[in-house]
Design a protein around this ligand. Structure first.
Ligand code: HSE
Length: 341
């Protein structure tokens, strides 16, 4: 499978590392031979239709901080759209940073990939939160597949758990802790009786929260993930504007103490029932969703199988990259089964 990789940050590099480490097994166990024919970063593109030397590219990035200006195959200023329009490949892996305002540039990358007949795997929540119903239609229209399991839970297979393990059952509702940064902040406030601002500073020091933490603490990141789950798992045609969102800025140590007196704690919970909402919510300390630190936890209530909770790390370069590989293998399997049918 020839792949164009757009984005060379921690997730893009994590994906390259996994491909290098699992190269033999991917061929032996799955007959999968991924070949990265182009990498596009902020400065330009590096291209080799025969397949790029990923080891060399990882060292270049580590030593020089950039790849397109330093590689012999580098094309400075060459855009992702241009690369997709001019190069043959079966898939686009899109791992640029999330932009929740207009989804760009990822939205254009994904649309161009569809138009040029490429399957898409993305970890970018922006285009999906704003336009998932339209994007799935566009993928179907162009007879290609769109996969995004790394957008929710990173490496924890939240979307697959619901879609594949609970197949045939009817999922009635979903509740989840979908943002690790806010879970870390609330857990710290609860355990150490410190203020939101103090806990936020700790989270920033540890690299959990961004310098501008609004995506996390104002609930937007969790809301984007909720939209993805509602569309993909529950077939609701919703976007970010359909979610009622309240972040954690107003939660005080006193609120947490009041909750503790009742055997509860406060978590930023996203829920899909009749409506979609994200808000600080009191939950029992014995609830399986009452996870600490930066973990994610999602509880599915289904008609026959009842209640299940999946817990795991919801962020990280290698974790998210493992979801990309899963998605590519899923696409490969679907193509193979269509050919047999
Ligand atoms: N910033 C997110 C979190 C990770 O804290 O969970 C990426 O989705």
């Amino acid at each position: 499978m020839r792949i164009i990789l757009v984005g060379w940050g921690v997730v893009g590099q994590g994906f390259a590392q996994i491909l290098l480490r699992r190269k033999m097994e991917l061929v032996k166990d799955y007959g999968f031979r991924p070949r990265i024919v182009a990498v596009v970063d902020k400065e330009g593109a590096i291209i080799d239709p025969k397949g790029l030397d990923l080891e060399q590219m990882l060292s270049l990035k580590a030593e020089k901080g950039t790849i397109s200006t330093k590689s012999k195959n580098g094309c400075l200023g060459r855009s992702a759209l241009d690369v997709m329009e001019s190069m043959e490949a079966e898939a686009l892996v899109e791992v640029t940073p999330t932009n929740i305002k207009d989804g760009e540039p990822a939205l254009s990358h994904i649309k161009t990939a569809f138009k040029t007949g490429k399957h898409v795997v993305t970890t970018n929540k922006g285009p999906l939160a704003l336009a998932l119903p339209a994007l799935t239609e566009l993928a179907d229209y162009n007879n290609v597949q769109l996969r995004f399991s790394g957008t929710v839970g990173a490496g924890t297979p939240v979307l697959e758990f619901a879609k594949k393990c609970l197949v045939g059952d009817s999922i009635l509702s979903i509740q989840g802790i979908l943002n690790g940064t806010t879970n870390y902040i609330l857990s710290e406030m609860d355990e150490k009786h410190i203020s939101f601002q103090e806990a936020l500073k700790d989270a920033q020091k540890l690299g959990y929260a961004e310098a501008n933490p609004t995506m996390d603490v104002d609930g937007l990141d969790a809301a984007a993930k909720l939209v993805i789950m509602a569309n993909w798992i529950m077939h609701k045609k919703v976007t970010l504007k359909d979610v009622k969102i309240k972040g954690i800025r107003d939660v005080t140590p006193e609120d947490l103490e009041d909750a503790a007196a009742k055997g509860s704690t406060i978590k930023l919970v996203g829920s899909i029932e009749e409506n979609l909402k994200v808000e600080p919510t009191q939950i029992s300390r014995h609830d399986p969703m009452a996870v600490g630190g930066a973990l994610n936890a999602v509880t599915f209530v289904s008609e026959f199988a009842g209640e299940q909770t999946i817990i795991g790390r919801g962020a990280g370069g290698l974790e998210t990259a493992s979801a990309i590989l899963r998605d590519l293998l899923d696409i490969k399997e679907n193509i193979a089964s269509k050919m047999i049918a």
